[in-house]
Design a protein around this ligand. Structure first.
Ligand code: MN
Ligand code: FE2
Length: 302
């Protein structure tokens, strides 16, 4: 085994680049990412759950089974990205990513509390994971992330971040949480669950903002990576939207006025907005990418 040494430390040589977009996100995460799932009061949620119909309970359980495994997957699969940015000496990005991992762990904690304390469910929920869901969360996500353990090339990083941030977070998670939260709010149900989802959505928007920044930085440095990003999106977008269709396909009538079109339109709109941001990064300078990221953060997209 070869000996590994540090030759320099950023913080005693050049200092921290506090103007870098990841440091902006780190500051936000230290302020807004520290909510505690254990503090959420589920007492009204328990009462609400008991008044739901069997179909309503089934649908909430179905969605929660998708969110729960998704959060565990993103917790389990982020580490190769931390190793990659650490190996490149990008201490600001690594510092931000420590909050990212912490937040995903808290989301995993949050949904399991809901299953244990509100739904009181202790059966295996994996029958809710459809073939399209499995294609992404069971297979494509860990494959793209673990590829970084043997190949840290910019192309591998683009594939990893597009899969993780653009597809799993940007299409699946964000859309699911948006529709789930508006369904509960519309029906005046489960205030504890709503509060947790609102906090979790804020965390996710920082994660996605980081991902868009990372892909932008990589594409700006090498325009041939744009094709890699597009190919990865095209490979996965069908399955991601298929998860919505699979879910609705299980039920003849959806409770809570859940609307398939609302899910699908939201997913495509968010996706389109981020592709446009990525396209502006082509040939841009790091300063321009930082400005684009900051504008997105200021507009609430983080
Ligand atoms: Mn999450
Ligand atoms: Fe996330």
């Amino acid at each position: 085994m070869t000996t590994v040494s540090h030759h320099t430390f950023a913080t005693t040589a050049r200092g921290l680049d506090r103007s870098a977009a990841p440091m902006r996100l780190f500051e936000k995460a230290k302020r807004y990412g520290v909510w505690n799932p254990s503090d959420i009061d589920f007492s009204q949620d328990v009462a609400d759950w008991q008044r739901l119909t069997a179909l309503e309970q089934e649908v909430l359980l179905h969605l929660t089974a998708l969110f729960q495994a998704g959060e565990e997957a993103v917790t389990a699969d982020i580490l190769p990205l931390l190793l990659t940015v650490a190996a490149e000496g990008r201490i600001e990005e690594e510092m931000y990513l420590t909050t990212f991992l912490f937040e995903e762990a808290k989301h995993t904690d949050f949904f399991r509390r809901f299953l244990d304390e509100v739904a009181g469910v202790h059966i295996d929920l994996s029958h809710f994971h459809s073939p399209n869901y499995r294609a992404i969360v069971y297979d494509a996500l860990p494959a793209a992330m673990q590829a970084l353990l043997v190949d840290r090339s910019p192309a591998a990083q683009v594939r990893a971040s597009v899969t993780y941030n653009m597809i799993v977070e940007g299409v699946l998670a964000e859309t699911g949480y948006h529709a789930y939260l508006s369904a509960l709010e519309r029906n005046g149900l489960m205030p504890g669950q709503c509060r947790g989802i609102r906090l979790l959505k804020q965390d996710e928007s920082r994660h996605i903002a980081y991902g868009v920044y990372l892909i932008s930085r990589l594409v700006a440095a090498d325009d041939s990576l744009w094709q890699v990003a597009e190919d990865t999106m095209n490979d996965l977008l069908g399955s991601a939207l298929g998860v919505v269709a699979d879910t609705f396909g299980c039920y003849e009538t959806m409770p809570f006025d859940l609307d398939e079109g609302e899910f699908a339109n939201f997913a495509l709109n968010q996706f389109q907005k981020r592709i446009e941001r990525l396209e502006r990064a082509r040939g841009a300078s790091l300063e321009e990418i930082t400005r684009i990221t900051e504008r997105a953060i200021d507009q609430g997209d983080a």
